[in-house]
Design a protein around this ligand. Structure first.
Ligand code: NAD
Ligand code: 89V
Length: 344
């Protein structure tokens, strides 16, 4: 395989994981980095031995010399940077959340389509080892047809010390974390036609909501609940595990804390350990997320090399992002929201 060259824009908190993962991925390496903050540029450039450093994304793209760009900035810059990559006809990965609004996200998909370049959203949670294990059990038809699900992420972990901007936005948990959980719900039970949501802010020191409960009507006829909270104090902190319950016509699945997967089918009940690997650069409890960063980046390279569609392409992730917008709309109005109407 020819080695692809990449450039990374945004050298902040999470980009360090992406840089470590790029070192491990087969078939790609990062040759240039960009950050408008000189301190972050130096820290990441020195840590990963990258000589080509830019403070301006336009200058980076004008110089070129790479096959793709990986945007690891926060959401405000996603649309201008993706559109910039499209103008330069450079395949692009963009971190979640896709955009500030669904209209922006649609425009980004359109810009990349017109430029004939692939766009992948770095929606890594579906690439976590336990989530992939649940998908495989369903694919093997072990529990028959699923008719009900629960996708739950409840934690009291202090995310604000590493990511202070999370305390400052009008929107918090659905936009930042629920977006992952909603994507997992789609990945496991398929697309959604309607939803109803309720939100709450419990922590008085943040601006946005930190609790959300969302009821999803899937196209398949299944119903699921996505419930997320950063206001849940537990004796055994589960961060950053997504717990799953699925009931099917022939059995059930329970993914419980400690990465234990219990499958009940016609053959009886078995429990499987689906713990993620602790990669050499990873640290607990983030290792589950860190391993999925490696997995999605390897997927990007494999599909880019073969010309295949990415699992979380821009077009796919519009359907997850519509659930985010729909959840805020439903929480504000109290009404059920037609997801198809948002996507038209
Ligand atoms: P951060 O603020 O620590 O880092 C962002 C960096 O981008 C900063 O260094 C900033 O100077 C730089 N930047 C912003 N706009 C720029 C521009 N136009 N040109 C050049 N540099 C620019 O943020 P973070 O915590 O690393 O989060 C980055 C993104 O990663 C967010 O969208 C966040 O939601 C996402 N994230 C994803 C996961 C995941 O598991 N997928 C986990 C954490 C964060
Ligand atoms: O994955 C994320 O987007 C992170 C966190 C897990 C802290 O919510 O912001």
């Amino acid at each position: 395989m020819t080695e692809l060259k990449g450039a990374l824009i945004g050298c902040g908190f999470f980009a360090v994981n992406q840089m470590h993962a790029w070192n491990d991925v087969e078939g790609a390496k990062i040759v240039a980095i960009c950050d408008r903050d000189p301190e972050r540029l130096k820290i990441v450039g020195d840590q990963f031995g990258i000589e080509r450093r830019y403070s301006d994304a336009e200058a980076l793209l004008a110089d070129g010399g790479f096959d793709f760009v990986d945007i690891a900035t926060t959401v405000q810059s996603h649309r201008p940077l993706v559109e910039m990559a499209a103008r330069h006809k450079v395949p692009v990965i963009c971190q979640k959340p896709f955009a500030k609004t669904l209209a922006d996200a649609k425009a980004m998909v359109q810009a990349c389509r017109e430029a004939s370049i692939p766009l992948m959203i770095h929606e890594n949670f579906r690439w976590q080892t336990p989530i992939q294990a649940v998908r495989k059990i369903l694919d093997a038809a072990a529990i028959g047809t699923p008719f009900w699900g629960r996708f739950s992420f409840r934690s009291g972990y202090d995310v604000f010390s590493g990511q202070p901007y999370l305390a400052e936005g009008e929107r918090f948990i659905i936009e930042d974390l629920g977006i992952h959980t909603l994507d997992i719900a789609r990945y496991i039970l398929g697309d959604v036609k309607a939803l109803t949501a309720r939100t709450k802010r419990v922590n008085p020191n943040i601006k946005g909501e930190d609790v959300a409960t969302i009821l999803l009507d899937h196209n398949s006829g299944a119903t699921s609940v996505v419930d997320v909270s950063y206001a849940t104090k537990l004796s055994n902190e589960p961060f950053p595990e997504t717990l799953i319950e699925l009931d099917g016509s022939d059995g059930s699945i329970r993914l419980s804390q400690g990465y234990q997967l219990e499958v009940t089918s016609a053959d009886g009940t078995r429990t499987i350990d689906v713990s993620p690997r602790l990669l050499s650069w990873a640290s607990r409890p983030w290792h589950n997320i860190q391993e999925s960063v490696y997995a999605i980046q390897q997927h990007w390279v494999d599909q880019l090399s073969q010309g295949g569609e990415h699992s979380t392409s821009g077009a796919d992730n519009l359907k997850t992002f519509a659930l985010v917008e729909g959840a805020y709309e439903s929480a504000a109005t109290g009404q059920r929201v037609d997801v198809g109407a948002l996507l038209r």
